[in-house]
Design a protein around this ligand. Structure first.
Ligand SMILES: O=C(O)C1=C[C@@H](OP(=O)(O)O)[C@@H](O)[C@H](O)C1
Ligand SMILES: C=C(OP(=O)(O)O)C(=O)O
Length: 420
């Protein structure tokens, strides 16, 4: 089998890209964003802020956001389309919490099945009027914010950076100091960015303190590559025979590097170089490796939550049984990623038992061709595409492959580059 060879700069981090638009809009003055991810989800965030009266221009080399400050957003003329993006709808709900006008937020079929009660419950406590569909507050959401928000002291019932970030955006507009306590530490890009925009936030382990009434100043942001996108090629490099690939400028924020720890625990040949501690990025080189199983659970889960579909594929090529626990959050992503990943890889010959909060994966299993439908989930699509590289018999037909544009529009071009 011909291996994957060469190097690649993976596209910008999706979480940081969303937030650079949001903070840029809420800051005073201009923000310039380099290497932003131009994936569908981030385009949804950009379109929403344009509807809220913010001028955002993309000249091809950088995105320029003309900040209006927390008081400068204007009521949108139409409902805001959040597309497929959980991050957009939940974080924007927190922004709108402090805006004294009404907004409707809606999304595609997948987003319309995702629970929003995790943000609406605490936002109501702060004084926001918000309603959704069914008892889980599914989208569409109708939000009427308040310019007299009460601060909140809230312990998150789920480990979710989206809920945490929505509450931080609301807290920044409240009358006083809020205390937000995490269930487990999750990605901290919102906290990092508040500091980059000249604001103040106190973090002590899982406890976060935020004062309302802050002013942010526009700045320049360079978005590092997305480790969640790099993950597909890290795994490909480890499991496709005769591979040796280098991924440059990959974000290595400590709240996102769970996959690196899993690869190391499995004995994978991964080398990190060119570490830039300020930009929080590095070069990662992987080579085809013999792997042994590990258990993936507890506080590691939020640090690799979006990588679990491709980690499941990795585990199918590992000699022994890999166990994933404590990952029930996977059920409320773009699809039920426990069931959909197990079904897809089992259809290709894997041995995966889905459980209530994870998977039991027995390896190594050879994989064969199958028809796979992404069901509109980008990470399912990319996992299937990498799995197809191992298929010796039959072919993989990928239906609804366009879902991949959500987070990685140049995925197939990059795969082709490494396949030459
Ligand atoms: O805050 C963010 O940018 C994200 C948080 C995670 O979601 P949860 O907060 O629902 O875990 C992750 O799955 C998503 O892709 C991006
Ligand atoms: C879960 C994801 O994104 P979101 O929640 O923003 O839709 C993801 O990118 O895997």
């Amino acid at each position: 089998m011909q291996g994957l060879q060469g190097d690649l700069k993976v596209p910008g981090d999706k979480s940081i890209s969303h937030r650079s638009i949001m903070f840029g809009a809420l800051a005073e003055g201009e923000t310039r964003v380099h290497d932003i991810l131009r994936g569908e989800d981030v385009l949804s965030t950009m379109a929403a802020f344009r509807e809220l009266g913010v001028t955002i221009t993309d000249n091809g080399s950088e995105v320029i956001v003309e900040g209006v400050g927390f008081k400068g957003l204007t009521a949108p003329q139409k409902a805001l389309d959040m597309g497929n993006s959980g991050t957009s709808i939940r974080l924007i709900s927190g922004v709108l919490a402090g805006q004294p006008f009404s907004t409707e937020l809606f999304g595609d079929d997948s987003l319309s099945k995702r629970p929003m009660d995790r943000v609406t419950i605490p936002l109501r406590e702060m004084g926001v009027t918000v309603s959704g569909q069914t008892d889980r507050d599914l989208p569409p959401l109708h939000i009427t914010g308040s310019d007299q928000l009460r601060p909140i002291n809230y312990t998150l019932p789920v480990a979710s950076a989206q809920v945490k970030s929505a509450l931080i955006f609301a807290a920044l507009q409240a009358n006083g100091e809020s205390i937000i306590t995490e269930k487990d530490i999750t990605r901290n890009h919102t906290e990092d960015m508040i500091k980059q925009f000249g604001g103040d936030i106190q973090v002590d382990g899982k406890e976060i303190r935020v004062k309302g009434g802050q002013h942010f100043k526009g700045t320049t942001i360079t978005v590092p590559g997305d480790i969640s996108s790099a993950a597909f090629f890290l795994v490909a490099g480890l499991i496709v025979p005769n591979s040796d690939i280098t991924l440059k400028n990959v974000g290595i924020n400590e709240t996102r590097t769970g996959i690196i720890e899993v690869i190391q625990a499995m004995g994978g040949n991964l080398v990190m170089s060119d570490v830039d501690k300020v930009a929080k990025s590095a070069t990662l080189t992987v080579k085809t490796s013999e792997l042994h199983p590990t258990e993936i659970s507890g506080s590691l889960i939020p640090r690799l939550i979006d990588e679990l579909p491709i980690i499941a594929l990795l585990a199918t090529q590992t000699s022994g049984t890999t166990i994933i626990r404590d990952a029930e959050e996977l059920k409320v992503k773009e699809t039920d990623r426990i069931q959909v990943v197990a079904d897809m890889l089992n259809d290709m010959g894997a041995d995966i038992t889905p459980t209530d909060d994870g998977m039991i994966i027995k390896g190594k299993t050879p994989l064969h061709g199958a028809t796979i439908n992404t069901l509109g989930d980008h990470r399912i699509g990319m996992t299937a595409a990498i799995a197809s590289l191992l298929v010796a018999e039959g072919e993989v037909i990928l239906e609804r492959a366009e879902a991949i544009d959500t987070s990685y529009p140049t995925f197939f071009k990059d795969l082709e580059k490494l396949s030459q």
